[in-house]
Design a protein around this ligand. Structure first.
Ligand code: AR6
Length: 182
């Protein structure tokens, strides 16, 4: 599914985010920037040790924050490491929104034209997928209504169930928009 928000194409795909060739892919990170399991594990395996080394030099960030490293051996030139909340922590919705917006701002700051997100916090961190979809997609759409260098924003969902949740949510939040969709 694709929708146009101003000049940017917002697209949902199903699969492994480490296979994408967007300028940046977003890692579902932790505050110490140690690449663990899930998306981070796939990035570590396919991107090589350089990404963790760059993370170690940065040292860490806060929940809701985002930092950028190279993409190592990945097709993507950059990895944006965004820290989502753990299920049940204080202000979790706001923190997930901030992680999304800070990733988009960082991409713009570096003049990137495309970025791909996973469903942040919905794996090891246990956040509900339907709420994640609503928060991340709404924040992304609001952001793309302002000035941006981004031509393409992709949401890469790992399995069909998660893809369907994001598809239903995107339909819901764009229902009354004049934009074209397919
Ligand atoms: N491509 C796309 N999506 C994926 C992939 C992949 N290769 N692998 C998993 N997912 P998670 P979190 C989905 O656990 O919940 C790590 O240890 C997965 O099904 O990666 O934010 C980090 O180091 C789920 O829907 O991130 C942190 O410590 C979503 O991506 C912690 O986990 C996010 O799952 C972060 O936990």
């Amino acid at each position: 599914m694709k929708v146009r928000i101003n000049k940017t194409l917002l697209e949902l795909v199903e699969g492994d985010i480490t296979e994408l060739d967007t300028d940046a892919i977003v890692n579902a990170a932790n505050t110490s920037l140690k690449l663990g399991g899930g998306v981070a594990g796939a990035i570590r395996r396919r991107g090589g040790p350089q990404i963790q080394e760059e993370c170690d030099k940065i040292g860490g960030t806060y929940v809701g924050g985002a930092v950028i490293t190279s993409g190592g051996h990945l097709k993507a030139k950059f990895v944006i490491h965004a820290v989502g909340p753990m299920r049940g922590e204080e202000h979790e919705d706001e923190k997930l929104k901030e992680a999304t917006l800070n990733s988009l701002k960082l991409a713009d700051k570096h003049g990137l034209r495309s970025i791909a997100f996973p469903a942040i916090s919905t794996g090891v961190f246990g956040f509900p997928k339907d709420r994640c979809a609503m928060i991340m997609l709404s924040a992304t759409i609001a952001y793309l209504e302002g000035p941006t260098s981004l031509e393409r924003v992709v949401y890469c969902l790992y399995d069909h169930k998660t893809f369907s949740i994001f598809e239903n949510t995107l339909q819901l939040v764009t229902r009354n928009r004049p934009a074209s969709s397919s």
